[in-house]
Design a binder for this molecule. Structure first.
Ligand SMILES: [Zn+2]
Length: 145
């Protein structure tokens, strides 16, 4: 699972930020980042990514202390109820329009918004097994409840 998230340093403004997949644009200065931008750290989860980005933007001599603080602070965030299956399910229900059609992208947006450390396919599969969703031939999903 290593390497799901990466931390890159913008060559223009020297600030670090987290990315998923290819580097695109620096959120600090707007510079477009080349695909060759070196990755300076990787993280398995968005929670860990936050720590790695904060550390990368901190002078080296302060990092050890900051890491300890951040790792302690992050515990309740990981267990946060906002990313519970129930919260995700109710967000999915809200995202579905009157036609009850769910798109894969909708689920990704919801997960990103809730900062949930889950895979879209895992959620869809679970809901399919629950009988909440039916996979349709065109790749969309029909919400039954
Ligand atoms: Zn920048």
């Amino acid at each position: 699972m290593a390497g799901t998230w990466s931390v890159v340093r913008c060559p223009a403004c020297r600030n670090c930020h987290g990315i998923r997949g290819q580097p695109r644009q620096c959120p600090h200065c707007g510079q477009s980042l080349p695909a060759t931008t070196p990755i300076i750290a990787t993280a398995d989860s968005s929670a860990q990514l936050r720590i790695e980005v904060a550390l990368a933007n901190t002078p080296e001599e302060l990092r050890d202390e900051l890491r300890k603080k951040l790792e302690q602070m992050d515990e309740p965030l990981i267990a946060s109820s906002s990313s519970s299956p129930r919260a995700i399910y109710s967000a999915i229900q809200k995202a579905v329009g009157e036609d009850m059609i769910l798109y894969r992208e909708d689920v990704q947006i919801i997960l990103d918004k809730l900062d949930a450390d889950l895979l879209v396919d895992d959620i869809l599969e679970k809901m399919e097994l629950d009988g909440t969703l039916v996979r349709q031939r065109d790749g969309t999903w029909l919400l039954l409840e």
